[in-house]
Write a protein that binds this ligand. Structure first.
Ligand code: MRU
Length: 337
C-alpha cells in the first residue's frame, strides 16, 4: 500500500518479517501516526492480535503464520504457542487456516513467507476480478476496513476499489465509520486518503439515507468467516447494510480469499461470534460517553444470511451463494488451500 511519510510516497505492508521479529503497522495508532509494533515472541503475537494492533481476517492469519515460524526458530514450546495464538480471536477463520497450514508445514519460516505471499497475490487477483463490477462514476459503500491493513497489501473489499482508481475510473466511496472501534473512519478513510481516492466518512446510521436517495450503486464488504451455504460473518453492522441494500435494489458483494471460507460448517449459525470489552462501546478515544451506571453489549461481528449476498468476489472468480459448491471443488484442487 502507498503511504505518505514526511511528504514522501513509500510502499508499506501491514505485516512483514525482519530481523527475527514480526513487524506490524500498529493500527491502534492510525491515522494520527505510523508506528511499527515489533513482536519478538508468541506472547507478543497473541497480544497484538487480541488487542487489535493488527486486525482483519487475512492479516491476522499472516501474523499468526509468521508468529509461529518465529516461535519455532526461537525454540519455543510449539503446543503452547499454538494454544496462545489460537485463543486470541474466535471469529476470523483465517487465523485457524494459517495455524493449520503452519502445523502441516512444521512451522517452517519459508512456509510462513509463502503464506504471506499467497494471501497478497490472491488479494490482488480479487482486485482485478472485482474491478469488473465497478463502472465509471460508481459510488460504492463499504463497511469496516477490508483494505491493505486487513490483509498484507491490496485488501479484499478495497482491492477492486484500488484497481478501479488505478485504471482512471472516477469513483466515490462511502465509508461507514464502523462503531465501536471506528475501523472505517480511522483506517479505511486513511488508506483511501493516502491514495487520493475520493470518499466521505458517514455515520453508521446514514447508509440507509444515501441508499434510498439512489446515491449508492454498489456495496462491497469483506468477511471474517463464510459458511458453506454463503451465510457470512463480518464486522457488526454489516447485516443491516445488507438488508438495506436488498430493500433498495443495490448489489451487495462480499470480497474474500479462499482462506476465509469455512466449508466445515453448514450455516452462519455455527460461526462463533466474539464479544469484546464493554468499554469499546462506553468510550470513544478513552472518553466515557455514557452514564457511569450503564453497561454495554459489544458483539464484534454479525452474521448476514446468504439471501442478501449478490456474489462473493474471490481469487477464483465471482460466485453466487448457490454456486459455492463449485468454489469448494476449485479450492480442493488448489494445493495452497
Ligand atoms: O474486528 P476487525 O477489525 O478484525 O474486523 C475486521 C472485519 O470485519 C473485516 O471486514 C474482515 O476481517 C475482512 S478484512 C479483509
Amino acid at each position: 500500500m502507498k503511504v505518505v511519510i514526511d511528504g514522501e510516497v513509500r510502499t508499506l505492508k501491514a505485516v512483514w518479517y525482519e530481523d527475527d521479529e514480526v513487524k506490524l503497522i500498529d493500527q491502534r495508532k492510525l491515522p494520527e501516526k505510523i508506528e511499527i509494533f515489533e513482536a519478538k515472541n508468541s506472547d507478543d503475537i497473541a497480544y497484538a492480535i487480541k488487542n487489535m494492533v493488527v486486525r482483519g481476517a487475512p492479516a491476522i492469519g499472516v501474523t499468526a503464520a509468521y508468529g509461529l515460524a518465529m516461535a519455532k526458530k526461537k525454540g519455543e514450546n510449539m503446543d503452547e504457542a499454538v494454544r496462545k495464538i489460537g485463543s486470541t480471536r474466535p471469529t476470523a477463520y483465517d487465523l485457524f487456516k494459517a495455524i493449520r497450514y503452519m502445523q502441516i508445514n512444521d512451522f517452517d519460516m519459508n512456509s510462513a513467507r509463502r503464506y504471506a505471499m499467497e494471501i497478497s497475490g490472491r488479494s490482488r487477483k480479487i482486485g482485478e476480478i472485482g474491478n469488473q463490477l465497478i463502472g465509471q462514476n460508481a459510488r460504492i459503500l463499504t463497511h469496516c476496513n477490508a483494505g491493505a491493513l486487513a490483509v498484507v497489501d491490496w485488501g479484499t473489499a478495497l482491492a477492486p476499489i484500488r484497481m478501479a482508481h488505478g485504471d482512471g475510473k472516477n469513483i466515490f466511496v462511502f465509508v461507514d465509520e464502523t462503531r465501536p472501534r471506528l475501523q472505517g473512519a480511522k483506517l479505511t478513510a486513511w488508506e483511501l486518503a493516502q491514495e487520493g481516492i475520493d470518499h466521505a466518512i458517514i455515520a453508521d446510521n446514514a447508509a440507509g439515507f444515501y441508499m434510498r436517495r439512489k446515491e449508492v450503486d454498489l456495496v462491497i464488504v469483506g468477511a471474517d468467516r463464510i459458511a458453506s451455504n454463503g451465510d457470512f460473518a463480518n464486522k457488526i453492522g454489516t447485516y443491516e447494510k445488507a438488508v438495506l441494500a436488498k430493500t433498495n435494489g443495490i448489489p451487495f458483494y462480499v470480497a474474500a480469499p479462499g482462506s476465509t471460507f469455512d466449508f466445515s460448517i453448514k450455516s452462519g449459525d455455527e460461526i462463533p461470534i466474539e464479544e469484546r470489552d464493554e468499554n469499546e462501546v462506553l468510550e470513544i478515544n478513552g472518553t466515557r460517553i455514557g452514564p457511569v451506571e450503564s453497561h454495554s453489549r459489544n458483539p464484534a461481528f454479525d452474521v448476514t444470511p446468504n439471501e442478501y449476498v449478490t456474489g462473493f468476489i474471490t481469487e477464483y472468480g465471482i460466485f453466487k451463494p448457490s454456486e459455492l459448491g463449485k468454489l469448494k471443488e476449485l479450492m480442493e484442487k488448489d494445493l495452497f488451500m
